[in-house]
Design a protein. Structure first.
Length: 564
């Protein structure tokens, strides 16, 4: 089976604390993760999230509210007439004054009653068609109410309004996971902090971490609350976890200044292999989170949702520390509680089946079925998870589904799912590896070798793991020539003792004794000239001596033993 590199990818990007009451309506709820590596095993995926969008979407609300308050204050003076403020001829009663409607709209916004806010905005628009403030408030209310398609339709129908809805359109496209379209919509926008935050979030989800970090570094010069939380997320996701502490020191921020920052910093420690330190920081994050959220008067169920990523990450650390049973118990408890945080639940399910491996395959498949889109017959992650999980997390779950199907001998389903993966994960080698696994299970090793070889020719820059897989398939199928040829193409491991020993054994099995001798001679020459403290020359010479002895060259063998 096929896995993916281990530890955790962070990381949750959080909004400013004051906006938590808006969280349910606007959360992109993205969870990033790590997984475990290429060998025939299931892939665990740890937890992390991101939600910096809260900050600038809430800022948009603040802009609308200031306009509403201004209108409200005009009530004490003679109202300035607006164009087209004519009562509807069908009304039996005169419509409410537009200032009263805006006052009502303001109250609904302050109460986070976004459904009602949208209805009141409609009332304003029935009196004053094209009112820019009413349209803008309705668009944001629809977004906050998770009616993204309706918000896009409203934007589309308001093209004649002088206000530029490009930012809102980009955010809606982001929420629909149409990331390239979202970036395109942002191109014409002014480069303010809100636009930059949305762009960074899109880049984060696209996996373009270097570009994402460039924006965060620029934003650090702006006075944006809690930007360090997202900056840590970006550093870890871009493979720069070692820079996290230096950045916090530069900003003079402690990792424990918030539970979100503690969580993300713990992810950086996991990335660096500092599992015990990460566990302690995650425990601190949980304690700080409980205290903070209780102070914010959040009910217990919402606190559980907020802290679910920490619970899953603690279980993952237990897994990394080798405490398998503790990790299994923790994941099982999370799944039994059926936490409302979909992405944390998905990660817990995936990691649990990864730990169980080929045991209880039917139960593992049933658990994965909880993550699928209910209306589809074939396996496809529920839309909410498609938006919240990272690309690597989604890929790990699909891969594990294929591997479980192979264990269950459900080859038709495995073949069907594998056929869909290249389009879903175009930049990954995992789909071709899974395709080869299905072919091998169908006793079509030759075909597996062929498709892997074709992939190598087409994508030489991604060939290393594919060549290793091809060598393994060929060796198991009794094709030592193809196995040796595949290994020989991986230049950066040619002279490593394990590779040399494998190549020699393969060539011996193929009857190519001269070829095996040439491999050893080349390795001896390479290590003789290598300027390294960890020189493997003596190991290679002993291997060469054993080879010579096996093939009747006792004198050569004796010389090599003496030299080593």
């Amino acid at each position: 089976m096929v896995g993916q590199p281990g530890a955790t990818r962070p990381v949750r990007q959080y909004p400013e604390k004051a906006k938590r009451n808006l969280r349910k309506a606007a959360s992109p709820g993205e969870y990033k993760s790590k997984i475990a590596i290429p060998s025939p095993q299931l892939s665990p995926a740890s937890t992390s999230t991101s939600a910096s969008i809260f900050f600038f979407l809430s800022s948009v609300w603040q802009g609308s509210l200031s306009r509403l308050n201004l209108l409200h204050s005009r009530k004490s003076m003679a109202p300035k007439p607006k164009d087209k403020l004519k009562p509807s001829p069908s009304s039996s009663q005169p419509p409410p004054a537009i200032e009263d409607l805006f006052t009502s709209l303001s109250k609904h916004i302050q109460r986070s009653d976004f459904e009602q806010a949208a209805k009141v905005a409609d009332q304003v628009l029935s009196i004053a068609p094209g009112d820019e403030d009413a349209i803008r408030c309705k668009v944001v209310a629809l977004i906050k109410d998770d009616r993204i398609e309706d918000a896009l339709s409203m934007i589309q129908s308001s093209q004649k309004v002088p206000f530029d809805f490009g930012f809102f359109k980009a955010y809606c496209l982001y929420r629909q996971n149409k990331l390239d379209e979202a970036l395109e919509s942002l191109k014409r926008q002014e480069g303010n902090s809100a636009t930059m935050l949305l762009e960074s979030q899109i880049l984060y989800r696209l996996g373009k971490m270097d570009a994402c970090m460039d924006i965060y570094q620029k934003l650090q010069k702006s006075k944006i609350d809690s930007i360090e939380i997202n900056s840590v997320a970006g550093l870890v996701a871009s493979g720069r976890a070692s820079e996290v502490q230096r950045m916090l020191d530069t900003l003079r921020v402690k990792a424990t200044s918030s539970f979100e920052l503690a969580y993300n910093t713990a992810c950086s420690l996991i990335e660096r292999g500092m599992y015990t330190d990460a566990e302690q920081l995650l425990l601190s994050a949980r304690r700080i989170g409980q205290e903070t959220l209780l102070e914010d008067n959040l009910p217990d169920d919402e606190i559980e949702i907020e802290l679910a990523p920490i619970a899953v990450q603690l279980a993952y650390v237990q897994q990394l520390l080798g405490h398998k049973q503790e990790a299994i118990q923790a994941y099982t408890d999370i799944i039994k509680r059926d936490v409302s945080d979909e992405s944390s639940l998905a990660v817990a399910v995936n990691n649990l089946i990864a730990l169980k491996g080929s045991k209880d395959v039917s139960d593992s498949l049933r658990k994965l079925d909880r993550l699928k889109e209910k209306d589809l017959q074939n396996f496809h992650l529920a839309r909410g998870l498609d938006l919240k999980l990272s690309l690597k997390q989604r890929e790990a779950i699909y891969a594990n589904r294929v591997l479980l199907l192979l264990h269950a001998n459900k080859l038709d389903q495995a073949r069907e799912l594998v056929a869909a993966l290249p389009d879903m994960f175009a930049d990954s080698v995992r789909p071709i590896l899974l395709q080869a696994a299905v072919l091998v299970r169908e006793n079509k090793a030759g075909k597996a070798e062929e498709v892997l070889g074709q992939f190598v020719e087409k994508y030489p820059d991604k060939s290393k793991v594919v060549l290793l897989a091809r060598a393994q398939v060929a060796a198991a199928a009794g094709h030592p020539h193809i196995a040796a040829e595949s290994l020989a193409k991986i230049h950066d491991i040619q002279h490593m003792p394990a590779t040399v020993a494998t190549l020699v054994a393969l060539k011996e099995r193929a009857g190519d004794i001269d070829g095996a001798a040439a491999v050893l001679d080349s390795a001896i020459k390479w290590w003789s000239n290598a300027m390294t403290e960890d020189n493997k020359l003596s190991v290679i010479m002993q291997e060469a001596a054993s080879f010579k002895l096996r093939h009747g060259h006792e004198e050569d063998a004796a010389q090599l033993y003496e030299s080593s």
